[in-house]
Every structure is written in C-alpha cells, then in structure tokens.
Design a protein around this ligand. Sequence first.
Ligand SMILES: C[S@@+](CC[C@H](N)C(=O)[O-])C[C@H]1O[C@@H](n2cnc3c(N)ncnc32)[C@H](O)[C@@H]1O
Length: 429
Amino acid sequence: MKDDDWPGHLWLEGRTLVHLRSHQPRPSHMPRGPATKTGDGFLNPAMAPARTRSVMILSDAIEYGWLAPEGKLIRILDAMCATGVRSRRWRKEVPKQEKLRITANDLDNKSIGWAKASHEMHPIGDNHNWKPELSRFSREIEGNVEDGIHWITGDANKLMIQTPFQWIDVDPFGSPVPFLDAAIQSISRIGVLDVTATDTAALCGSAKTSAARRYGSIGITDSYMHDDAVRILLGTIARIAAMHDKTIHPILSLFDGHHVRVTVLLKRSKEDASKWSERIGYRIRSSPYHFQNSPEGNYSGPMWTGPIFDREIASRITVERAISLCSGKDEDLPTDWSLTDIEHSHRELERTVRHISESAELLSQEHLLVAIDDLGVAAKVSQIPSMKKIFSALEDAGFKACRCHMPEPMFATNAPWEQVIAATKKSAK
Ligand SMILES: C[S@@+](CC[C@H](N)C(=O)[O-])C[C@H]1O[C@@H](n2cnc3c(N)ncnc32)[C@H](O)[C@@H]1O
C-alpha cells in the first residue's frame, strides 16, 4: 500500500537506496541524536551506524560459520522493521543470500506499505524466493515473500511466540523490555539477539523510577553511566535468558550517541544458565571502581560484569570490512550524489566502526575503564596528557591500553588504577 507522500526522496544508506518522507530533510552525514520527527514511515538516519554493524556481524556469521553450520539456514527477523531499511540492507549487502531467510515485521500497516514499495522499486532480482515454514503450531504464517523478504504486518510478540528464529533484531521506540521474553523464547537452541534501547535516561540512571521499574537497577550519572547503561541492559537480558534455560555471550555492546545497542549469542544450557548470577554484580565507586556481587557504599547496578565483546568477531569489525561490504558502488549511487556525498559516506563508515577492532582484545576480558576527564584530579596534574602519551607510558610498564567506542574519551586497560595514575603523572611531565 503506497500513500500520498510516495516516493518521498531518495537517499543511499550503505549500498541500499531508501525513500525518505518528503518532510524529512536530506540527512547531514554523520547525523546524531534521537529522531526529531517520528511517525509511520519515518527512517532515522542517526541509526545508520547500528544498521551497518548489523550487516557486518551477520556477514561475519555466514562467512565464519559460527551460527549455522554448512547446509543450515539463518532465519532472521527484523521484528520492528518500520520502513524496512535494515531488512533491505541485509538483503542487498550481505553476501551468500542463499543462507538467509529474512522476515520483516511491523505493527504499522503504513510503514510496511512504504517498506514494500521501496523494495519493489529497487529489487535485488536474484530470484531468491522461498516458502515460509509453518509456525510452531503448524499454522501458516501470514504475509508473503517478495523478492526474498517475507513481509508481515503484526505484533512482534505474537510472531516471536509463534515462530522460531536464529536471529532477532528488537528495535522499538524506548525500552526493549516488553519484547525480550518473547524474543528469547523464539530463539531455540542457539541464536543471536540484537537489542536497541533508546530509554537512556533510565539506563544511565537519571530517570530513577523508570530504571527501578524496568531494569530493577540504580544508576549514578558520572563518567561510568554509559558503560553502566550497556551493562544494565546486558544484565537484564541475561536474567530473562536464564529463566528460559539460556545463557548470553556478548558479541558487541555499545553506547552509541543516543542509544544502547547490544548483540549477544544466546545458547540453551540449563547447567550454564544456573550460573547466570556469577556474572551479575554492582559497580562500587572506589578508586575509581570495582565490581562485586553485593551492593555497598556508592554503587550502580545490578549489571552484567563479564566481557562485553567477543574477541574474534569484534576484531573483524574493521574500516576495510565496512567499506568493502557497505560502501556505495557506482551502480548504487543516486543520480544527485556528488563526490562530497561519497566522501562523507566513507567517513561515516569509518566512524561507525571506530575503535572497535582495536579494543576487541581488552573488552573481551576483564579490564579497567578510564575516563580521560577524571585523570586531571585523580593524578593531580594541571594538564591531562594525550591518550597516546598515557598509552605509551603504560606500554613501557608492560600493560595494554586502547581507546573505546564511547561518547566521551575513555580507554580500557589491563593495568591497575595505580599504574594508570603513575603513567599519567609520568607523561604529564
Ligand atoms: C524505532 S522504530 C523501528 C526502526 C527500524 N528498526 C529502523 O531501523 O528503521 C519502532 C517501530 O516499532 C513498531 N512497533 C511498535 N510496537 C510494535 C509491536 N508490538 N510489534 C511490531 N512492531 C511494533 C512501530 O510501528 C515502529 O515502526
């Protein structure tokens, strides 16, 4: 179903042509922040980096075979697809489409109409059509497959309860909590759950009553609030997963601009799920902090205290890979795109993966997170040295350090706090 505004105006996200509503301005490259206008058929360009990373992780799963062994399919659900941009990007940009069965769902009829019209206007045309399997209850699933995407207009919770998937993307307005239980149930033995949360005031600790209600957590709005937000969401997913005999293994967990985005591998194992609380604890503000299982003093949590990246997968999220998979080729470009647009889109891809691969090693193990802005007071130096200088002083002392993909300048290290202070003092001289 097209509407009066169709076709809006064209934009290229990744390698995929999308139709923006006429009222939406041409996106500035590298837009940030929450959508100022929403409503049916709204596509938020600020979420493009999260979609690019999802194309990259899905491509990685197929290439390295860590989700579905040879011969097995990945049934993937874009549970709240809105204008279908994520599903259309999976369809256009992920290699080896024969391994994929993409389902795109939204409750809003107009959004699905816009999504289908966009897909029809820019077909892939590789004859990748397939028949949806019956639901868990041997019923036919509604909707139809068009040029390789199964479009459904319906409630995500109902669909996830009815049908098993190996990969689910949950991207609601606000908190994902109402969808987590059904998503975790839908993933049977092993699968990936990708979750976006835009209720950052609750996750970062400024909206205290919402935080307590939704996540059972307490936050502190200091330098660690963004890392806390990521870990509080992971902790909530781990708790619900354990209720369904499942464990989580974080692949990539980020606070990006105005939202939290976590990608976890879920596995069924009663034995491991019984130990879920071993990885849950509180961040106790000390010098500067430590995690422990029970709350004490000035604390935030409860939250996930384990690793937040998968070392191998995150180390492959590089600029080269982002450009090879997701940068517009000549044949993809809208006719009104200039060289400056192309240059900007490359820069956006660089920003999308910045600091991820180099922080893969430390964020996939126990580490200390340090906010550069806290170092002046803590190390009693009048001018905070550059990160580069601090890193080289830490490396001289036999430790590792790397910058993290965070809204503020922060780094991770395997050095203890005293060594960080010593390295700061030394490099400030
Ligand atoms: C933030 S938007 C999704 C954006 C989209 N994933 C993208 O990348 O452009 C949230 C969407 O959730 C849809 N929605 C809200 N409740 C839903 C439900 N119970 N089932 C399915 N979709 C729902 C809304 O219609 C809206 O399109």
